[in-house]
Structure formats: C-alpha cells, structure tokens
Design a protein around this ligand. Structure first.
Ligand code: GRG
Length: 296
C-alpha cells in the first residue's frame, strides 16, 4: 500500500492515517463545512468498522489499493450517523468522545450539513477506488453494499424506528429490528465490502453478513451494559441515559446477567462462523474480542 509497508496487520492508527488522507482540504467559500467534517472524523473513535473491513479484505487475500478509499468512506458514513444522532432534534447531545459534538461546536445548521456532506463525500471517496481494482464487478458489488447497508433498508431504517418510538416502550421484536439495522448494518457492511473487494463469492459474502450480524448485536448489547456499568470518564459520554430516557434495551428487558451471557453466546457463534470460512481469521477474532471485552 502506498506509504505503508505492504498490507501489514491493521491497527486503529493505520486506519487513522488512511482515513485522514481522504479528508477534504479546508478551503473555499464553504470552508466551514470542511472544518466541521474534519473535526467530526478526527474527534477520535475506535475505527472499528474500517479495521473490520481491512482485516476481512486481508483474510480473503485482497492486496489492491482499492480498499483504502473504502476504509475512509466507511468511517465517514459512521461519523455522519453520529453527527446526526447528536443533533437537538435527535438525542440532543453536547458531548461525544469527550469533545463537544459537531452541532454544539459549529451550530445546528452546520451540524446538519456536516452530516449530509460526510454521507455524500463517502460515496465520492469510495468511487476514487475504481481505477485501482481489476474486478469491476466486485467494485460495483461493494458500492451496492455501502449504499444498501447505510440507507433506509439499513442503518437509517433502524434509526427511523428508534426515533419514532422515542419515549415509548418497544416490543422485543422492534428492539431487535432496531439493533439489527441501526448497529449491525454498518458492521455487516464493513465485513461484506472487505470480502467483496477481495473477490469473495456471494455465498461467502452472505456468511460474512451473518457473522457480522452477530458481532453487531453483541456490540450493541455491550453498549447497553456499559450504559449501566461504565465509567463516564472512560466512555466520554454520560452513563445511565437509557434508564433516564426510558429506553427499551436488552439490559432493561432481560437484565444485566442475561445480557452478559448473550454477548458470550453471540461471540462464540461468530467465532465458529469465522472458523468455517476456512481462511486465516485470527486477527479478526482478536478484534471481535476487543469489541465485546471493551470498557468504552
Ligand atoms: C442519524 C442516520 C442516523 C443514524 C444514527 C448509528 C446511529 C444511527 C446512531 C449512533 C448512536 C448509537 C448508540 C448507535 C449504535 C451503534 C453504536 C454503539 C455506535 C457507536 O459506535 P462506536 O463505539 O463509536 O464504534 P466510536 O466513537 O468508537 O467511533
């Protein structure tokens, strides 16, 4: 990879460097939007989704430059979702990752526009990879996954149901629907794109989707657990907000102990799925562990 030793094991730092290469220059009459976009993307974050994409790509023996713009695009879409989720009309949050949220720093109007710009720019960025892949069908497949998993049948659809039911209790079915779309969809997106760009066939892409769906659910349940047991200073946002906002979560429905057990069960199933892929997925497995045994 340009400027990096050839496809070494991924890390949040490596993802960070790649993502930053694709951020817009802060100039022009609309400079403020570039500042707000870059502020949002650079405000920290674990870079989980690009890391999962990169390691899936490596596991499937992908070795082309095309992965780079997709890594950046993935994080831009994730960041857009957070920027919009923090807006006054959504969660009305002032802090994320220990820093002022985008809207509270740049104003609500620029918060909306920064999220919009990140979404659109993610696709502009991914398209930059077109010339650096031989298999154009794989490129098309990856773009399709990016669009579908982030859109109204994916993450955004989950957010719609979650917002629509704010302040009301959810049925278990609605809760799992929201978890699958709002949280798992982007994790699925990351791993599926990693596989697609490396030339995996549809059967294996579907297997990746199923593995990632379990990881996404476990990740969300862990998030619910941290909302009860976490340390505000480590998480970078207030704890206890689910209970305060009367939110239906896995923890409020099933209790803490059952939630911990479910996380372990899901991770065992996901690890089994990785094993069945039949390639070297040891790094992916260690990322999975870090996701669910995290404290932030
Ligand atoms: C507004 C279109 C729109 C969507 C919002 C993803 C989402 C939908 C909202 C974010 C709030 C939330 C709790 C989502 C569940 C998924 C989740 C735990 C996101 C946080 O992801 P991390 O932990 O964040 O990877 P960092 O800060 O590490 O990047």
């Amino acid at each position: 990879m340009t400027g990096e030793s050839e496809f070494t094991v991924g890390s949040p730092e490596l993802m960070d460097r790649i993502i930053k290469e694709y951020l817009p220059e802060e100039k022009g009459f609309q400079k403020i939007i570039f500042e707000a976009m870059n502020y949002s993307v650079c405000a920290g974050g674990k870079r989980i989704r690009p890391l999962l994409m990169y390691e899936t790509y490596r596991a499937f023996c992908g070795r082309e430059e095309v992965i780079r713009p997709f890594l950046a695009a993935m994080e831009m879409i994730h960041t857009y979702s957070l920027v919009h989720d923090d807006l006054p009309c959504m969660d009305n949050d002032l802090y994320r990752r220990g820093l002022p949220t985008t809207w509270s720093k740049f104003g609500e109007d620029m918060g909306v526009l920064a999220g919009d710009s990140l979404l659109g720019y993610a696709f502009e960025t991914a398209l930059k990879g077109y010339s650096s892949i031989n298999d154009k069908d794989a490129f098309f497949k990856a773009l399709k996954i990016l669009a579908e998993k982030s859109g109204c049948y994916g993450m955004l659809g989950g957010q719609v149901v979650d917002v629509g039911l704010t302040g009301k209790s959810m049925t278990k079915e609605q809760m799992f629907f929201v978890y699958e779309l709002k949280t798992s969809a982007l994790i699925e997106c990351s791993m599926m794109i990693g596989g697609a760009l490396a030339g995996a066939d549809d059967k294996r892409i579907t297997a990746l989707e199923s593995i990632a769906s379990k990881v996404g659910l476990a990740f969300q349940i862990k998030d619910d657990i941290l909302d009860v047991t976490g340390d505000e200073a480590v998480i970078g946002k207030p704890v206890g907000s689910d209970q305060k906002n009367n939110k239906t979560t896995y923890v409020t429905v099933y209790g803490l102990e059952a939630a911990e057990k479910k996380v372990t069960e899901l991770m065992d199933e996901a690890s089994e799925g990785l094993f069945e892929l039949g390639c070297d997925t040891s790094v992916l497995k260690s990322i999975f562990d870090s996701l669910v045994y995290r404290n932030h």
